[in-house]
Ligand binder design. Structure first.
Ligand code: FAD
Length: 438
């Protein structure tokens, strides 16, 4: 019969596809809601800078934004609408907003509950303190491409300003560049090109935030123009290849930044010069270009022995600690991830010290992994403990009412970071606090 044939050939497959689609959507919603709820529980709902806000009234649930995001898994569909399910991992690519066919996505800074401080800048990248310029993520816009472009432009204005400062101080630099991430590298190359007298200082190493990405992390970046080098088209590149590119650039251009030196204070003198104090000394400069990003400075423990090179503030490569006694300090995701990854290394003994009684600020999957590691004895957990001092081959912790000394080769402190806001206030730079606005 024709109607039976119609049902068998057309209707049944269509119904099967439709039911399959409903089932897939339910499963997808369920998984995404679980991720979101895990992040709510762990208190990880505050994006670092520019991030999407989705208007559900205009969202079609087509998932174009989910597919467009280079970081993947930041957005997800829940009940037919897009949602920001991994807010703290959003780095502000903005591809979600451009891909949305109904303009349902707005990119904003901060949230209603947590403001983000954005320094006030002139179109010439100058702050409210004349002579102090800002380039890169510190100014609000994330991404390597933006940092490179802003660094290249800001140094032009800093050079113009320096040329106007009348100074008889022979030690005065034209510009002191703080930070050697993409913005600092770009402005430093611009300074060489313009034959400026300058110094570039970084509290850590070459490459900025990228240097601290996990091993093998893929970085997506659009073309940008680097002074002395020209247009660089990285596309998708591994963290290691990008760092190798920066190393080569330094070798080819003769740029010699000073690493492991931290700028601690900047003050403007009556003669318009700046006194810049660092962890190693001081400088005098006609202008200062801040390219320090927004990730801040790792929070230190402030205990005797912390100045030793065996104390680090991030785990990048667990394999380098195979066979060693490692103490991890902290109770957030990065501490738990570090401890459990280290515990997988052959011959490594891992102790995790956390000052609180429970891991309330970590994702469920990391807490579960940690519980398993404690159960199988690969991590020794010291909750409600505090590091007292760090020796050359030991560390002493206050735990359960007494001091306990353990064998130690490496200390990894994962205690969060101190944001640059106070540093900007101390220099006198005005900032605007944005609570979910553009
Ligand atoms: C997990 C993650 C993934 C990302 N993925 C991408 C990606 O795929 N593509 C992309 O384009 N962007 C990505 N980003 C963003 C990108 O890394 C940043 O936007 C970019 O690095 C900003 O460059 P910057 O030069 O402004 O600052 P940073 O790279 O943050 O560099 C700032 C430098 O200043 C130094 N510094 C800070 N304070 C001081 C001080 N007081 N004294 C001396 N030195 C100081 C720091 O040590 C650092 O080296 C990602 C970010 C994160 C966190």
């Amino acid at each position: 019969m024709p109607s039976d044939l119609f049902i068998a050939v057309y209707l049944l497959p269509l119904v099967a596809i439709w039911l399959g689609w409903i089932g897939y959507n339910k499963l997808r919603s369920h998984r995404n809601r679980e991720i979101l709820e895990d992040n709510i529980q762990a208190g990880l709902m505050e994006p670092n800078s520019l991030h999407p806000v989705i208007d559900p009234a205009h969202c079609l649930g087509c998932a174009a934004c989910v597919r467009a995001c280079p970081e993947k898994k930041i957005l997800g569909i829940i009940d037919g609408k897009a949602a920001l399910i991994e807010p703290s991992m959003c780095v502000g690519h903005g591809a979600c907003a451009t891909s949305c066919p109904t303009d349902a996505i707005t990119l904003v800074f901060g949230t209603a509950t947590r403001g983000v401080d954005i320094p006030l800048l002139s179109p010439e990248f100058e702050t409210t303190v004349p002579g102090v310029f800002i380039a890169g993520e510190l100014g609000g816009m994330g991404l390597i491409k933006n940092a490179i472009e802003q660094g290249r432009q800001a140094i032009v204005y800093a050079a113009q300003r320096a040329a106007k400062v009348r100074s008889t101080d022979p030690a005065a630099l034209d510009v002191l560049i703080v930070g050697c991430g993409p913005a600092g590298i770009s402005s430093s190359l611009g300074a060489i090109e313009r034959k400026l007298r300058f110094v570039t200082i970084d509290q850590s190493s070459l490459g900025g935030t990228v240097a601290h990405f996990p091993r093998g992390k893929l970085v997506m970046t659009a073309p940008a123009t680097l002074p002395m080098v020209g247009v660089v088209k990285f596309g998708e590149i591994s963290k290691e290849s990008l760092l190798a590119f920066w190393e080569e650039t330094l070798a080819e251009t003769g740029l010699k930044p000073q690493f492991e030196e931290q700028v601690t204070a900047i003050s403007r003198r009556a003669d318009e010069l700046f006194d810049v104090t660092t962890s190693r000394g001081s400088y005098v400069a006609k202008t200062v270009l801040l390219a320090i990003g927004r990730r801040g400075t790792p929070r230190a423990l402030g205990v005797p022995g912390e100045e030793q090179s065996k104390v680090v503030y991030r785990l990048i490569d667990p394999e380098q600690y195979a066979g060693q006694h490692v103490l991890v300090v902290g109770g957030g995701d990065s501490a738990l991830e570090a401890a459990t990854r280290l515990a997988e290394q052959p011959g490594t003994t891992v102790t995790l010290s956390y000052r609180s009684a429970a891991f309330s600020r970590a994702r469920a999957k990391n807490r579960d992994k940690m519980n398993r590691a404690v159960e199988d004895g690969s991590v020794q957990l010291m909750l409600e403990s505090q590091v007292r001092s760090i020796g050359t081959d030991s560390a002493t912790l206050a735990w359960r009412g007494e001091d306990r000394t353990i064998a130690n080769d490496i200390v990894i402190v994962c205690a969060g970071g101190v944001l640059p806001t106070q540093f900007l206030h101390d220099i006198g730079i005005n900032v605007e606090t944005k609570f979910g606005t553009v």
